[in-house]
Design a binder for this molecule. Structure first.
Ligand code: C2E
Ligand code: MG
Ligand code: MG
Ligand code: MG
Length: 287
């Protein structure tokens, strides 16, 4: 649209809204001009197997530190990258980095990587991800791609095709933020899902019967469908204790560790073969 129109429109917006648009534009142009290999990092958050309390893998989480804007949260820049068509380039750069870092470690740890809506409807992105796996030589069974039901909703057909292609190559699929969308159960049934990640909002309310009932039900559902289940957002020891009584197998959260830069992962592993004070388990057994 023309400048006159957009200028005419901004006059009716609140200054707060105006500021947001301006900052989105700044982020957009910074994203456009970013050096993807320099400004972006992947942080790694351990995934812990219970009751053994061993680390079996990591979720890769994108971090952006721009020389002008400073740190921009992933929720923000991923959404903007999606809207502006920059997501393909970003996803490929991040995945390449994450795979090469995790395989540089002397352990068989699995890598869980988040994909966005555009990624899982784009055959080119899927081909690029599989090419990275092949080129690196990582066992595809150690790679999980996390998707959300909201990312599947808009173009279900295209998403299903892409997800089946990924799965046929041997990688695993996880449904992220489970329980926060509209029809979790429908997707669980229709898509080739290997793992469910229970959203952290349920853990926050674990002391209340409703939230704990939901978590118990999802865990039981997963057991009966033979799907793995990771509970996200475990921050306190009493939450962990409750989850242990529910026979929950996989947990992730600040209680164990925040997402860490790769150097920190590598250095702590080198100094004692532990991560966040926990020994390393064998993720190969999951494959
Ligand atoms: P997500 O995939 O659901 O990731 C979990 C988020 O919860 C992460 O936020 C993580 O740092 C945070 N978290 C982990 N443990 C705890 C805890 O105990 N308590 C609390 N309160 N939070 C915890 P983060 O890193 O800010 O990422 C936010 C979202 O951005 C992610 O949610 C994911 O949807 C998206 N994202 C991050 N990296 C990527 C990426 O490389 N690609 C795509 N497409 N999306 C990404
Ligand atoms: Mg995730
Ligand atoms: Mg999540
Ligand atoms: Mg999310």
């Amino acid at each position: 649209h023309s400048k006159t129109t957009s200028r005419g429109r901004t006059t009716v917006y609140s200054t707060e809204h105006e500021a947001r648009i301006r900052s989105e534009r700044a982020i957009e142009s910074a994203l456009q001009n970013a050096d993807y290999n320099q400004e972006f990092e992947v942080h790694f958050q351990p995934v812990v197997l219970l009751p053994e309390r061993v680390v079996v893998g990591f979720e890769a989480l994108a971090r952006w530190d721009n020389p002008v804007l400073g740190k921009v949260p992933p929720d923000t820049f991923i959404a903007i990258a999606e809207r502006t068509g920059l997501i393909h380039r970003l996803t490929v750069a991040l995945f390449k980095k994450a795979v090469s870092q995790i395989t540089a470690l002397p352990h068989d740890l699995y890598l869980s990587f988040n994909l966005s809506a555009h990624d899982i409807t784009n055959a080119e992105t899927v081909a690029a991800l599989l090419e990275i796996i092949r080129g690196n030589g990582i066992d595809p069974r150690l790679v999980t791609f996390e998707i959300t039901e909201t990312s599947v909703i808009d173009s279900y057909e295209a998403a299903e095709t892409c997800l089946r292609t990924l799965r046929a190559a041997g990688v695993k699929l996880a449904l992220d933020d489970f329980g926060t969308g509209y029809s979790s159960l429908g997707y669980l049934h229709r898509l080739p899902i290997d793992c469910v990640k229970i959203d952290k909002s349920f853990v926050a309310g674990l002391r209340e019967p409703v939230a704990s009932g939901v978590v118990t039900s999802i865990l039981n559902l997963c057991r009966s469908m033979q799907i793995n289940c990771v509970v996200e957002g475990v921050e306190e020891s009493d939450q962990l204790a409750v989850l242990e009584t529910m026979q929950c197998r996989y947990v992730q959260g600040y209680f164990f560790s925040r997402p860490m830069p790769f150097d920190e992962v590598r250095n702590t592993l080198a100094s004692g073969a532990t991560i966040a004070g926990l020994p390393i388990g064998n993720a190969g057994s999951l494959a």
